[in-house]
Design a protein around this ligand. Structure first.
Ligand SMILES: [Zn+2]
Length: 255
C-alpha cells in the first residue's frame, strides 16, 4: 500500500519537527500503515489551509502523495481536534508521554489498528478527564495489555497460590502479583497495598468512564505510578531485546 502514488488514511500526528523554511516533518500513526514519516509543506505559513489539520495530536483524514523521499500531505481534514489536550500544559504533557510510550512499544513501525484505536481513545479521554493522572495509569495498563504484558493479578506468579484480600507483592520480572510468603524477600518485588491492587484489577475490565467515578487516595495514586513505571521499564527492556533478537535473525537469514 505504501507503494501507491496516493494514500487516503486517517492519522494522528504523533511528533513534529520544523523543516526548511516553512515545512514540518510529521510522524503519523495510522490504523493500517503503522507509523509514517511525512512532509507537510508550507504549514508554518500563516496562510496555510492545511496547518490547523496537521497539528500535534489532531486526528485527521489525510491524503498523502508519494514524494521523492517520503510522502507529502496533500490534503487534511480534522476529525477530532483534541483542543483541551493541546491547550493545557498538563494534558499535553500526558499526551506527549502517551506518544512516547506508543513509540517505544512499537519500534519496528508496526503499530496496528488496536494501538491506533487506543491512542485515539486516550486523546479523547485526556480531553475530558477530571483525573488526568488516573487516565494515564489506565492508558499504561491498556497499552501493556495490547503489547502482550497484561500482568497476572489473580494468582501468585511464584507458586500459583490464591490471592487473598490483603496487601501483596508485585514482581515486575515475573509479571504479576506474588503472595506475601512468596513475595517477601524476593529480589525486585515491590509491596502493593490492597487498595492499589483493587484499582489495577478494575482497570483491566472497566471502561474509562467508570474509572473516572473512582476516588483514589494520593498514596495509592503514587504507588500505582511507581509500580507501573517499574513494570513498563521491565517490559520495554524485554521488548527491545526481542527486537534486537529479531533484527539479528533477519540479518543472519539474509546474509
Ligand atoms: Zn505464592
Amino acid at each position: 500500500m505504501l507503494r501507491a502514488r496516493t494514500i487516503k488514511t486517517e492519522a494522528i500526528v504523533l511528533r513534529q519537527q520544523e523543516f526548511g523554511e516553512a515545512d514540518r516533518l510529521l510522524t503519523l500513526v495510522t490504523p493500517m500503515l503503522g507509523k509514517l514519516r511525512v512532509l507537510a509543506k508550507g504549514v508554518r505559513r500563516a496562510t496555510s489551509r492545511k496547518a490547523g489539520h496537521v497539528e500535534l495530536f489532531v486526528r485527521s483524514e489525510m491524503l498523502l502523495s508519494k514524494g521523492r523521499d517520503m510522502h507529502l500531505v496533500t490534503q487534511a481534514d480534522t476529525i477530532a481536534a483534541h483542543r483541551p489536550v493541546r491547550e493545557n500544559l498538563e494534558r499535553s504533557s500526558y499526551a506527549t508521554y502517551f506518544a512516547e510510550l506508543l513509540d517505544r512499544f512499537t519500534p519496528e513501525e508496526e503499530a496496528g489498528p488496536a494501538l491506533y484505536q487506543l491512542f485515539s481513545s486516550a486523546l479523547g479521554w485526556l480531553s475530558e478527564s477530571a483525573q488526568p493522572e488516573l487516565t494515564a495509569r489506565f492508558f499504561e495498563t491498556q497499552l501493556l495489555g495490547l503489547a502482550g504484558y497484561q500482568p497476572e493479578l489473580r494468582r501468585c506468579v511464584v507458586r500459583g497460590c490464591a490471592i487473598t484480600a490483603r496487601a501483596q507483592y508485585f514482581d515486575p520480572l515475573a509479571g504479576g502479583v506474588a503472595c506475601p510468603p512468596c513475595g517477601s524477600g524476593r529480589a525486585g518485588a515491590l509491596a502493593i497495598s490492597l487498595g492499589a491492587l483493587k484499582v489495577l484489577r478494575l482497570m483491566e475490565s472497566c471502561p474509562h468512564s467508570r474509572l473516572m467515578e473512582l476516588r483514589v487516595s494520593p498514596g495509592v495514586a503514587r504507588e500505582l505510578e511507581l509500580l507501573l513505571l517499574r513494570y513498563i521499564t521491565v517490559a520495554l527492556e524485554r521488548s527491545l531485546k526481542s527486537v534486537d533478537f529479531l533484527n539479528h535473525v533477519r540479518r543472519t537469514a539474509s546474509a
